[in-house]
Design a protein around this ligand. Structure first.
Ligand SMILES: Nc1nc2c(ncn2[C@@H]2O[C@H](COP(=O)(O)OP(=O)(O)OP(=O)(O)O)[C@@H](O)[C@H]2O)c(=O)[nH]1
Length: 647
């Protein structure tokens, strides 16, 4: 049995994946009558078809491993990678050169509207260089941190990346995060400085930043304008010259032997493949007859789709099944939120929409959940806030579903001390994705909260304000460095909970939009967490239970009480809204009684009638109090619980 390795990533296992997937989508299908405008394309494609089969298929066997390059484009949001992809597609004749080629690879409606890439797309380009035909598999990636899982997945199919940096904005936080993903995956990095046509472009400054932060000599930078098409040819040449060819599927052999022609099965997908090549890295790929137990090498097999290439998967010989090796990691949700239909009669429609969408986006985790106020729904796990918003928007746009989304929470952990609970959960350390399941302090040794390592790049005049914001969010500074004369890069360890709601907006507003932020998972740390209850006239409100850090309990409690006060309608009696930790009240607001003027119609001095009316009103109040039932409209819950993705 073998497991893909290399720092947890399985390189390039997907050469055939990308090429085949693209061909199926029709990207590579030859036209029966090529348009005149597509002369370059048809010339390129014509050479690729075997003469017997020229109208039907592209003869992929013409592309040896040496003539194949698999690469991705990575960049900070809006630095122009989709525009560069358009130009590469045009230059290689993959698409016609028209004014309408804008982000051809961004296919989802949400991507076009927000101008961002969410799902990685792919295209195979055919390019003639020095008389040789090359197959260049371009894998477009999302830029935003929430989709870094998708970025890693794309990178695992590549041997190199184009790192696009805006010539005006320079290196931003996502540039740094994406560079290190590529660097860790041991990919060749080609820096591309884009938008040199802009009036304020300063490519020389950006070159220096790249040299300082990434240690890449400035003469390796290619300066382009993706918009105007300047120097695009140089980019393709660099792809051929600087990115190593072919597929490297790094594997570690735990047991047995593997050789070319063997049939293997993936423990994760249960699919069968034939091994096309095995070898060792010396340091380039050196084919061998076999690989034996204890050895590390590479393996090429015909995977058809990227979802088949899972990091940490176990492969075994056909007809010789084994238990999968431990250590398989799938996408890890960082943010959880409750999702409910606005109207319960919509539950089934929403259920089918959520199911369909999660097939397309397998990184969302789904658990059934229900709430007294909001009915049946789900607790969903997302990779980050933007991921959550995009999921919500896709539900609305692609499935016409409107939902209530509750305030996001993060996955806390508790190390249990209570033997009874350990028996119940069958483990000592439990993950809490729903605040209602938070175990009492007397039953745990410690609580843990997820932390992230945040990178902030800001013009130096905002450094003081940014540092204050970070401190207020319980962050611990890890590093600070000037990346050029007036830009500072700060590294902070943040509790994830402190950035999930409005950190990014606060950072943007205090830096007039100039600071950029990105983060990576940094595990868990011990935290003094408490469970905060919200009470309405002494009654617990199950929906509003919150897990909060001890130091933040007062401010969070106060904020929830204030929001409730604003959204609860006045009733015939006073309502005490309280935030409590155990039996200790930490915040309170009061909704005054709505005093019906029952005497308004009593003219004159009929005191007995006055008394009768006042008594009836008091009884009315008593009745509501007695049943202890404050009528809280659903809207009030929604206002308190919901985040505003559509702010
Ligand atoms: N002036 C100028 N503008 C450019 C250039 N390249 C891209 N742009 C513009 O920059 C904006 C962002 O470009 P995109 O290609 O969508 O950026 P992206 O990096 O793919 O964005 P995400 O998918 O959101 O990560 C668009 O308005 C482009 O027209 C360039 O070379 N010069």
């Amino acid at each position: 049995m073998w497991t893909p390795v290399s720092r947890g990533r399985w390189h390039g296992r997907a050469l055939t994946v990308w090429a085949t997937a693209a061909a199926h989508r029709g990207l590579l299908e030859p036209r029966r009558t090529p348009s005149r405008g597509a002369a370059a394309k048809s010339r390129t494609l014509d050479r690729l078809y075997s003469s017997a089969d020229r109208k039907e298929k592209i003869d992929m066997s013409r592309f040896s491993v040496e003539n194949t390059r698999n690469f991705s484009i990575i960049a900070h949001v809006d630095h122009g990678k989709s525009t560069l992809a358009d130009r590469l597609l045009e230059l290689t004749g993959t698409i016609d050169k028209t004014k309408n080629n804008k982000q051809v690879l961004d296919k989802l409606q949400v991507e076009r509207e927000r101008g961002i890439t969410v799902k990685a797309q792919t295209a195979s380009l055919f390019y003639n260089c020095d008389g040789k035909q090359y197959l260049l598999n371009l894998i477009d990636t999302p830029g935003h941190v929430d989709f870094s899982y998708e970025v890693s997945r794309s990178l695992s199919a590549c041997q190199g990346v184009l790192l696009v940096v805006d010539a005006n904005e320079g290196i931003q936080a996502q540039t740094v995060a994406n560079f290190f993903l590529a660097f860790e995956a041991q990919l060749s990095v080609i820096p591309v400085i884009n938008k040199i046509d802009l009036k304020n472009a300063d490519p020389a400054r950006v070159e220096k930043q790249i040299e300082k932060v990434f240690d890449i000599p400035s003469d390796e930078c290619i300066k382009i304008s993706a918009k105007l098409g300047t120097n695009i040819e140089r980019v393709l040449q660099a792809v051929i010259e600087r990115i190593p060819p072919g597929v490297i599927a790094n594997v570690a052999l735990f047991d047995g032997v593997v050789s070319k022609g063997d049939k293997i099965i993936s423990a994760y997908t249960k699919k069968t493949y034939e091994v096309n090549e095995v070898g060792v890295l010396n340091p380039n790929e050196q084919p061998t007859h076999k690989l034996y137990a204890g050895q590390v090498g590479y393996l090429i097999a015909g995977m058809k789709d990227v979802t088949e290439a899972q990091i940490g998967d176990t492969l075994y010989l056909h007809k010789q099944p084994v238990e999968p090796l431990p250590g398989f990691k799938s996408a890890k949700p960082m943010v959880f939120a409750g999702m409910y239909p606005i109207d319960q009669s919509e539950y089934n429609n929403l259920k089918s929409a959520v199911e369909k969408l999660t097939i397309n986006d397998s990184s969302v985790t789904v658990h059934r959940d229900s709430s007294l106020a909001l009915g049946a729904g789900w607790r969903l796990g997302f990779l980050g806030l933007l991921h959550m918003e995009v999921f919500n928007q896709r539900l609305e746009q692609e499935y016409n579903a409107s939902v209530i989304l509750t305030t996001p929470t993060v996955p806390y952990k508790a190390v249990l001390s209570s033997a009874k609970l350990i028996k119940e959960y069958r483990e000592k350390e439990i993950t809490i994705i729903n605040p209602a399941q938070f175990p009492d302090k007397s039953k745990v040794t410690e609580y843990l909260e997820p932390v992230i390592l945040g990178t902030i790049i800001t013009p130096d005049e905002y450094t003081g304000k940014v540092m204050m914001l970070c401190q207020a969010r319980r962050a611990v500074q890890k590093n600070m460095m000037y990346i050029d004369q007036n830009r500072v890069m700060l590294k902070y360890l943040f509790p994830l909970n402190e950035i999930v709601v409005d950190f990014y907006d606060s950072l943007k507003s205090l830096s007039s939009g100039y600071a950029s932020f990105d983060y990576e998972d940094a595990g868990y740390q011990t935290a003094e967490l408490v469970k905060m209850d919200i009470l309405l006239n002494g009654n617990h409100v199950e929906e509003l239970v919150t897990i909060v850090h001890k130091d933040k309990a007062h401010s969070v409690g106060k904020a929830i009480c204030e929001r409730l006060k604003d959204s609860l309608p006045r009733q015939l009696f006073e309502i005490a809204i309280q935030a409590a930790i155990g039996s200790k009240i930490i915040a309170r607001e009061t909704v005054k009684a709505y005093r019906k003027n029952v005497l308004a119609k009593c003219y004159g001095g009929d005191i007995t009638r006055k008394m009768k009316l006042l008594k009836r009103q008091a009884e009315g109040k008593k009745k509501l109090r007695k049943i202890g039932n404050i009528e809280v409209p659903k809207d009030a819950f929604i206002k308190v619980l919901r985040t505003q993705p559509d702010k």
